[in-house]
Design a protein around this ligand. Structure first.
Ligand SMILES: Cc1ncc(COP(=O)(O)O)c(C=O)c1O
Length: 347
């Protein structure tokens, strides 16, 4: 029970917190990784912690189907599909976007788990938001007409309830750090719809942690000032959860410098950061979220904004299936072909 809200515990927690020795040495810092890519269902990722709270609420309301929204390759949608499958519910992901020409990456996993993916094509008239809202209404009504009880999970699981998942994660990290003798440092986490960042912020405050928090925004937002957006989100959480502490805009530390101009765009430097992590530590990052964040960590070390010897806790939020989306996969195939040796039979 956290701030009066119960969850349905289906994850194997705590996830590991480990030091990355080779990269620590290379970057001149103590780099730790929080393996929230290993959260279990549907190949894992950050959204499952939020979904422990949503599924509890859905079960309390006797829901029989989950409906959510996102981009066509939404990780959040995939994990919503996984939770729906586990709890015997039907599931639909509503996404505005083009069919990528193949069923791969998250869409493939969604379909394996029995989830319907409703891809709404743009009509050049209505906005993406309007198209999405309309399709969600239609989907909810369709379920109701079929005698189902649909439950709507918001974009990215990022509302006041969903934030609790990462509130708990930050508390978990704080405890792990204390057990490992890590007295100070900073958590670095990817920020998209911001529920993960805000949840961590609240969790660290909740336990009076000495750890700082940096969010790396991966998507250019209509709101150019992420701290202002964070403050608004925090205030909504404060009201909803009854938080007894306050926060000012200046308390939120987020950088907008590493989104590369678009959401889920292929970027050579980000792929190189992914290869670096793969080749030095055997850990796979993704091109939309965690690859951008690890690249940011490298850059912040070079610029001296992460200090020599600093303890950095990088939360691996998952997203690895995204590598198999056609755009990223094709770019990687071209770059990695040089290490593929094809031996013809000798005759
Ligand atoms: C792999 C991955 N990392 C990070 C995030 C960002 O989380 P949030 O939307 O809570 O900011 C997402 C969101 O979809 C994600 O899929």
């Amino acid at each position: 029970m956290l701030y009066g809200h119960e969850k349905e515990p289906f994850l194997h927690l705590p996830t590991p917190l480990e030091r990355l020795d080779t990269l620590s040495e290379k970057l001149g810092i103590n780099l730790y990784i929080k393996r929230d890519d290993l959260t279990g269902l549907g190949t894992g990722g950050n959204k499952l912690r939020k979904l422990e709270y949503f599924i509890k609420d859905a079960l309390n309301k006797k829901a029989t189907a989950l409906v959510t929204v996102g981009g066509p390759q939404t990780n959040h949608g995939r994990l919503t599909a996984a939770v729906a499958a586990k709890y015997g519910m039907r599931c639909t992901i509503v996404a505005v976007g083009e069919y990528p020409g193949e069923i791969s990456a998250n869409i493939l996993l969604d379909r394996i788990m029995g989830c319907t993916v409703y891809l709404v094509q743009k009509d050049g008239d209505a906005s993406e938001g309007e198209l999405s809202e309309r399709a969600v209404r239609e989907t909810m009504a369709g379920y109701e007409a079929a005698g189902e009880r649909p439950y709507f999970v918001p974009l990215g699981g990022s509302n006041e309830l969903g934030a609790l998942g990462y509130c708990e994660c930050a508390m978990e990290i704080d405890e792990q750090c204390r057990n490992m003798g890590i007295d100070d440092g900073r958590i670095v986490v990817t920020s998209g719809s911001m529920g993960t960042y805000i949840g961590c912020f609240i969790g660290l405050r909740h336990v009076g942690s000495k750890l700082g928090l940096l969010g790396v925004c991966i998507s250019p937002s209509s709101d150019p000032d992420p701290a202002a957006r964070a403050k608004k989100y925090f205030d909504r959480c404060k009201d909803y959860l009854g938080l007894e502490f306050d926060a000012q805009e200046s308390d939120f530390n987020l950088t907008n410098e590493y989104h590369w101009g678009a959401y889920n765009n292929p970027v050579k430097e980000v792929r190189e950061a992914i290869y670096e992590m793969g080749r030095k530590e055997g850990i796979i990052l993704d091109p939309c979220y965690t690859g951008k964040t690890y690249y940011a960590i490298e850059q912040l070390c070079t610029k001296g904004e992460i200090k020599e010897g600093e303890n950095i806790i990088f939360i691996h939020t998952g997203g690895v299936p995204g590598i198999n989306g056609p755009v990223h996969r094709q770019a990687m195939e071209e770059e990695l072909m040089d290490g593929l040796i094809i031996k013809k039979p000798e005759r």
